[in-house]
Design a protein around this ligand. Structure first.
Ligand SMILES: [Zn+2]
Length: 229
């Protein structure tokens, strides 16, 4: 009997007005699976990306079962204003990061362990999105003056900016459905460091998640707002 692990990002009602069409999402699903098979394969494990239509939740989940891995994307996510394919890639990479992201490992339940939330974002930006975004046509403005500055030292500055913005669009979406009105910017940082010696395993603050995507995209170390061992 295999162990089952499910991690949810968030569960909230969605809005109308599609931002990523069903047809485009289906292409994305196949693209993501192909990238995983080429670059991320681990032994005999398999990955399925599933799109659950007519589900209004703004949500994504990840499951492990008998060495098989499944990312489920709910249609409500695709309908959010400003949510595009780059943001969809960020969400999918985050979910996959729970399996592939390495330590810090988080004991999420009595039956299974997984990469923690901050590391899943960091791995998404540093390892997963560089492979995936190259296969998806860029949509909209990929950079701001601030991401350009932070990405100046990155090997591929344009890709770094696009990854940081993909993370931003993902985080902005969850922040909006959470009715959180705190500032979110590349121009500031989450100033609240985790206690020295501590690693925060649950979702860090929205600003901290932006900091993490920018750090992963630019090759910087993990931000202390969740990682301060
Ligand atoms: Zn997560």
């Amino acid at each position: 009997m295999g162990k089952i692990l499910t991690i949810c990002l968030m569960l909230t009602p969605g809005l109308a007005h599609a931002q990523v069409s069903r047809a485009r999402a289906e292409v994305f699903e196949k693209t993501f699976e192909a990238v995983f098979e080429e670059n991320l394969k681990e032994g005999d494990k398999t990955l399925d990306v599933e799109l659950w239509w007519d589900r209004e939740e703004v949500n994504a989940t990840f499951e492990k079962w008998n060495g098989r891995f499944r990312v489920i994307l709910y249609e409500g996510l695709l309908k959010r204003p400003g949510f595009d394919e780059d943001a969809l890639a960020a969400v999918t990479c985050h979910e996959l990061g729970h399996m592939m992201g390495g330590p810090p490992i988080w004991d999420v339940s009595s039956v299974e362990t997984a990469t923690n939330e901050g590391q899943s974002d960091y791995w998404a930006a540093r390892e997963c999105l560089p492979s995936v975004l190259k296969r998806i046509a860029a949509s909209g403005a990929a950079s701001t003056k601030t991401t350009a500055k932070a990405c100046r030292s990155a090997k591929d500055a344009a890709l770094c900016e696009r990854i940081a913005m993909a993370g931003y669009k993902m985080v902005r979406t969850f922040k909006a459905v959470d009715n959180d009105d705190s500032p979110l910017s590349f121009e500031t940082r989450d100033k609240k460091d985790a206690r020295k010696g501590a690693i925060i395993n649950i979702h860090p603050s929205y600003q901290c998640r932006i900091d993490t995507f920018l750090a992963g995209a630019s090759g910087a170390s993990r931000p202390k707002c969740w990682y301060n061992p």
